[in-house]
Design a protein around this ligand. Structure first.
Ligand code: SF4
Length: 387
């Protein structure tokens, strides 16, 4: 007889940062309370809502019960409480198992102990309620080693250091912020609803409260008109914050976001991939006096090996960029086709003869099918698949 309870579920939201791929995802609020950023496709058409503490605790209880049930299942299969292929297989065929069972099984299998609180701005919750929910989570689910959440800078800037310390003491270790740009012009242009000074204030407070701060930057967000300002001002703001992590997530513009309308009316002129790379170079060049670690772990970035810790790895990061920019036009085109198509990840892979032959053939076929522009369209469409 199955040891699993039917209908045992907890709520989850639609996204998490790439670095939370092995985290347990639990939803404390629903959707985004701002939801007006013109480049953001995630919560459009949805309404923000809060969840009561009782509701959140019920979800935590259910997640805790699922952890216990999966351990029991493992023991009953003779697997000693471990999450082995036999346990996973049983979860695939047991009619009582649901998505939440499978998510928790994967989390237990990875064994990171990381938890990510969803959705877009959990810190909008009353501080004491959020602290209580986090403490409850740590009490009910054993083995949690890190708890993280998204937050908006405007919300962080409004919190006192004491409030943020209360959250840290309860167990909130890391905050991910969508900084996107340090330029007030760009922030206004894309309706981010936050100023550069709020980014600085919010970010500094998180660090002062003892939490790890991860700032997401969106290369390309200034378009052609504000690319330089976007790069320089973002570097300035990051220099003032000195976050633990700077994470690049390059702009893509699917048809269904408001920014696509600005593209149609020429209010916003998107950058070519190579211009985005130059913009990132300008920003990195101007990052000074910080000790942050920069990562490029998002699939939308062209060069994922632009990564390292300041100040020592700055020359290495600039070299990765220069090695790409110094390639002949044809090589850069080939690399972009391969990267956006998922065939390669690093420029050095162009030296792989069989891969290169395949890419050359694909490029020839595309050129035969139409004009040169169609190759750019294809590369663009391939990139948009990851949105
Ligand atoms: S605040 Fe974040 S989640 Fe909300 S609309 Fe802007 S980018 Fe999207």
């Amino acid at each position: 007889m199955s040891v699993l309870s039917k209908g045992l579920i907890f709520e989850q939201g639609p996204i998490r940062p790439p670095s939370e791929a092995t985290s347990l995802l639990l939803r404390f609020t629903r959707n985004c309370p701002w939801n007006r950023c013109t480049f953001c496709p995630v919560y459009k058409g949805t309404k923000f809502s809060r969840r009561s503490l009782a509701e959140i605790k019920r979800d935590i209880d259910n997640a805790a019960k699922i952890v216990e049930e999966i351990r029991t299942l493992s023991w009953s299969l003779g697997e000693g409480g471990e999450i082995t292929p036999a346990v996973v297989q049983q979860l695939m065929i047991d009619p009582r198992a649901n998505e939440c069972h499978r998510h928790i099984a994967a989390w237990m299998y990875w064994g990171t102990g990381h938890v990510f609180i969803q959705d877009a701005n959990s810190l909008i919750m009353k501080t004491d309620e959020l602290a209580e929910a986090i403490s409850y989570l740590k009490e009910k689910i054993p083995g949690i080693t890190r708890i993280t959440s998204y937050a908006r800078s405007s919300t962080l800037a409004r919190k006192t250091i004491e409030e943020l310390k209360m959250l840290k003491d309860a167990g909130l270790d890391r905050i991910h912020v969508g900084l996107e740009s340090g330029s007030d012009t760009v922030l206004k242009l894309v309706k981010k609803g936050v100023t550069a000074s709020q980014h600085i204030e919010g970010g500094r407070k998180v660090i002062e409260a003892g939490m790890t701060l991860s700032e997401y930057i969106m290369p390309g967000l200034g378009g052609r008109n504000y690319s330089r300002e976007h790069a320089l001002e973002t570097a300035r703001v990051l220099n003032e914050i000195n976050p633990h992590f700077i994470r690049l997530r390059s702009l893509r513009i699917p048809d269904f976001v408001p920014l696509a309308e600005d593209v149609k009316t020429d209010k916003f002129v998107p950058l070519h991939d190579d211009e985005v790379v130059r913009e990132i170079r300008l920003m990195i060049e101007n990052l000074e006096g910080i000790t942050s670690t920069l990562t490029s772990d998002h699939i939308m970035n062209l060069l994922e090996d632009v990564e390292g810790t300041f100040p020592q790895d700055k020359p290495k990061m600039l070299k990765v960029i220069d090695d790409y920019l110094n390639l002949p036009d044809h090589e850069r085109l080939l690399f972009r086709l391969g990267r956006r198509g998922g065939a390669l990840r690093r420029v050095s892979q162009l030296n792989d003869l069989s891969l290169r032959t395949k890419l050359e053939r694909a490029l020839e076929d595309l050129k035969k099918e139409g004009e040169y522009e169609s190759v750019e369209d294809v590369i663009n469409d391939l990139g948009n698949r990851y949105i």
